[in-house]
Structures are given as structure tokens and as C-alpha cells.
Design a protein around this ligand. Structure first.
Ligand SMILES: Nc1ncnc2c1ncn2[C@@H]1O[C@H](COP(=O)(O)OP(=O)(O)OP(=O)(O)O)[C@@H](O)[C@H]1O
Length: 447
């Protein structure tokens, strides 16, 4: 359906409210088009000398071959990002429908889920934008496809990332099916990431312009073919501009909301309290590995600790860090800060279930070849140089899928199995995909 990729002169009016300087440095690399009447578009470009200078603000596949204006279902959370994204799409002439996703049952609630209020906000936004709003109930699916795995990971002593799997299983799978049933050509979300559409119809994922808000890390396990049905209208915009823009539209209360909690919100709760509803979480021992296994004090439950975390221990010896957790025995091993680096540093790890986003670099298809790349192993962590190589296996493990070894030229700290590693091109913001950390090689602990 898409025979080349193009950029669009996004939303003149809204852009004028944004940062002019920033727009000037964005180069236009492809011809501009919109879904408006052709003459109208040409007039706009020639009448406004700055229009061509911000041609790259949003990219989406060329759809001149589509006879009607493409229909887009946007995930409307009642938060500021999806509100502005929906407004931008609407202004651009798309046929926009909002969908609010419910993923958590109030019966399971302990006071942290703002789902009802978020839905009311989404209704307010949809009314103001004059777009239809649907309510998608994915409570059961979220439970079965994200939450069960999340609990299992904790039981098995690994650090899960439910937000990454919520994207893969719910927003970029079930939501796409839901949207297609409504007759949509694409879904859109307010994620701060970019998609570039290739001649063959596939996409490549790139980091968002706003590096502080970039959400590519959470998207790296999402399937490439699903991303090809998605649009990210905010990828080339900055959060501060989105907030100012929402304020200028009069959405003061929505602009001042923290972030949506109706979905993927588990991580925003106090973890031990939350987990204790689903599995036994009991107090246990903090053991100092540097002082011949001295028991320091009680912790709230090993499940709440992860490697590299500061342990909240009051001691004359200063701060302590978690270096290992035995979830089965409910013991948290710690060491004082001066030894922490020694036990927490690593230069090698292995990845399982690697998800390539539509492209495997050709060098990696050969055995014993290392690819120079960069990676991020925690949201908001720096993107650091690394090498990746294929792990040859005589008998590939069906459960582990594609496995790779990552080597860091400079040692990295506090990496735990279960965390997601997002892999980037060495030179650009292109995200190749991501994998789950299987093993981490550190100095042997005296345990
Ligand atoms: N409950 C929901 N219903 C529909 N879409 C959602 C919902 N929650 C999130 N989304 C979609 O996923 C995008 C990213 O959500 P996330 O919670 O990671 O970021 P956010 O900054 O809180 O976004 P927002 O400001 O739009 O709430 C949102 O912009 C929205 O398009």
C-alpha cells in the first residue's frame, strides 16, 4: 500500500505556537503532501515561507493511493499527550476516532488507579474535538497476557517490565485489532518516538526528538508489523511544547495531570504493598556479604528489591547496596558502598527472546561476527556503546527464542536479569529492537 515514505507539513497553526527556532533547523527531505485538497495544500505551502522548514515534524506513510481520508483510531487516555496528538491529527484532516482502553478492574483496586477519572477526561476531550469515543475493555487480556507474566517473573526472581509488554500485547496488538474492526487504517498514540516508513511498507523505529521524554525503550519489544500500522504524531515535538500547546487550547487541568494511570500503571504503586495482594510478601533478613554475613536488619520482603538498588539500611558503616536477592529464601544480600562497584559491575550479558524490528543487520547473520552498536538497559539510562554477537546454539531453545551476547567496552553497573535491553544503531537514533536480559556476568559473590 505504501510505495515511498514522505513527510508532512504538520499543522501550520499549531506549529506557530511551538518553538520557531527548533523548526528552522529541521530539514525537509521529501516532498510534502497532506490529505487535504491538493490546491489548498499548495496554496498553504507557497503562502507561508516557513511551512517547508518544518516538513519533518511528523512522518507517516504516503496514502495517496488510498481513495478516502485514512481513518485513525487514537488511544485517548485523558492525558495531555494523547489529547494534543488527537488534536494535531484532526487538524491535519484525518478522520479521527478516540478509544479509551480499560486494562485494570476497579475490583482489584487499592486506590491508585485513576481509570474512571481518566475516562471522564477522555470523554471531555473527545467532545471538545468533536470525535467519537469508544471504550475498549481489555481487563481480562491485560491480566492474562501481561499481569500473570509479571507475577511469575517476580516469583522467579527476575525484574519484570510490564510497560514494555503492555505495549506489545495490548496497545500494539489488541488495540490494533479493535481499531481495524472499527474500520481504521492506522492507530495513533501519544508516544514520544518516531517511525519511518520504507518503500516495502515496513517501518523503522527511531528515538523521539525530546530525549528527556523519549519512549522508544518501551517500544523495542513491539512487533515491527504492528508498528507499521501505527502513527506517533508527537515524535518530533518536545513535551514542554505539548504542555504549552494544551494550555493554549484551554486544557489547563489535563495539561497539569502527571501522566495517565489507566493502563500500565503497576510500577507507579508501592510495590511490596501491591504485590502482597497476589503472593506472600514477608519481612526477611538483609545480609552484609562484606562483614562475614552479618544480619543487619529486617527488610519488607525480598520481592521488593532489585540488584543495584540502595538498601534502606541505617548503619554506622554508611550506605548499602543490594548485590543479590534470594527470592526463595527471602534474603537480600547487600554490601557497603565502597565495595558495591566491584560486585555490581559487568561487561557482559546475554539476551533472550530478541525482537528485531523488521531488520537484522546483515553482519549479525554471520557467526563469530560482532556488530558495533549502542544500547539502553533501563528507561532514562544513557545510551551506551556495546557490541552484539549471535550466540550459536546447536539446539536452539524454543522458549528463549533468538539469543545474543552483549559486551560493553566500558563496564556498566546494576544490571539485573529480566530487564529489557533496547538496541540502537551505532551512529543514528535507529532502534533495531530489544531483548530480555537472561544472564549477567559479574564478579563472583562470596555467597
Ligand atoms: N487508558 C488508555 N486508553 C487509551 N490509550 C492510552 C491509555 N493509556 C495510554 N494510552 C496511549 O498510550 C500513549 C502512551 O501512554 P503512556 O501512559 O506511556 O504516556 P503518557 O505520557 O501518560 O500519555 P498521556 O499524556 O497521553 O496519558 C498515550 O499517549 C495514549 O495514546
Amino acid at each position: 500500500m505504501f510505495n515511498r515514505f514522505i513527510t508532512s507539513p504538520l499543522l501550520k497553526n499549531s506549529i506557530k505556537l511551538l518553538n520557531d527556532k527548533k523548526q528552522l533547523i529541521i530539514k525537509r527531505s521529501y516532498s510534502c503532501t497532506t490529505f487535504q485538497n491538493k490546491n489548498e495544500t499548495t496554496d498553504k505551502i507557497t503562502n507561508d515561507s516557513s511551512t517547508t522548514k518544518f516538513g519533518n515534524v511528523i512522518t507517516y506513510p504516503q496514502m495517496d493511493v488510498v481513495p478516502k481520508k485514512p481513518k485513525i483510531c487514537i488511544g485517548l487516555s485523558g492525558g495531555v499527550d494523547s489529547t494534543v496528538a488527537a488534536h494535531l491529527l484532526k487538524q491535519q484532516g484525518f478522520d479521527v476516532t478516540g478509544v479509551f482502553i480499560k486494562s485494570w478492574d476497579e475490583k482489584e483496586e487499592t486506590g491508585y488507579c485513576t481509570g474512571e477519572k481518566d475516562f471522564q477526561d477522555a470523554q471531555k476531550v473527545a467532545k471538545w474535538l468533536d470525535i467519537p469515543l469508544y471504550h475498549a475493555d481489555f481487563v481480562k487480556d491485560y491480566w492474562n497476557r501481561v499481569f500473570v507474566q509479571f507475577l511469575d517473573d517476580y516469583r522467579n526472581g527476575i525484574t519484570p517490565n510490564p510497560d514494555v509488554f503492555c505495549n506489545r500485547e495490548i496497545k500494539f496488538d489488541l488495540f490494533i485489532d479493535f481499531a481495524q474492526n472499527l474500520g481504521a487504517d492506522y492507530i495513533a498514540t501519544g508516544h514520544y518516538s518516531n517511525l519511518r516508513y520504507q518503500q516495502d511498507g515496513s517501518v523503522r523505529l527511531y528515538r523521539g526528538l525530546d530525549k528527556n521524554k523519549d519512549q522508544t525503550y518501551f517500544l523495542c519489544m513491539t512487533k515491527g508489523e504492528k508498528l507499521a500500522k501505527s502513527l506517533f504524531p508527537l515524535g518530533n515535538l518536545e513535551k514542554k511544547d505539548i504542555i504549552n500547546y494544551a494550555l493554549s487550547l484551554g486544557f489547563n487541568d489535563i495539561a497539569s495531570k502527571k501522566s495517565s494511570r489507566g493502563i500500565c500503571f503497576i510500577g507507579k504503586r508501592p510495590l511490596p504493598e501491591f504485590l502482597s495482594q497476589y503472593m506472600p510478601v514477608e519481612p526477611g533478613r538483609f545480609i552484609d556479604i562484606s562483614r562475614t554475613y552479618e544480619i543487619l536488619q529486617q527488610h519488607k520482603g525480598a520481592i521488593a528489591y532489585t540488584i543495584g538498588q540502595k538498601a534502606n539500611i541505617h548503619s554506622v558503616h554508611g550506605k548499602y547496596y543490594v548485590v543479590s536477592v534470594d527470592y526463595k529464601k527471602n534474603i537480600v544480600y547487600v554490601c557497603p558502598v565502597h565495595l558495591a562497584s566491584h560486585y555490581l559491575e559487568t561487561s557482559t550479558l546475554t539476551l533472550r527472546n530478541f525482537n528485531w524490528i523488521n531488520e537484522i543487520p546483515s553482519t549479525l547473520k554471520r557467526e563469530n561476527v560482532k556488530l558495533e552498536a549502542r544500547c539502553q538497559y533501563r528507561h532514562r539510562a544513557d545510551v551506551v556503546p556495546c557490541q552484539i554477537e549471535f550466540i550459536t546454539s546447536e539446539t536452539p531453545d524454543v522458549e528463549k527464542g533468538l539469543t545474543y551476547k552483549i559486551t560493553f567496552p566500558e563496564k556498566q553497573k546494576s544490571i539485573a536479569s529480566g530487564q529489557i535491553v533496547c538496541l540502537f544503531d551505532k551512529y543514528s537514533d535507529k532502534c533495531y529492537g530489544g531483548g530480555i536480559i537472561d544472564t549477567v556476568e559479574t564478579n563472583k559473590l562470596p555467597i
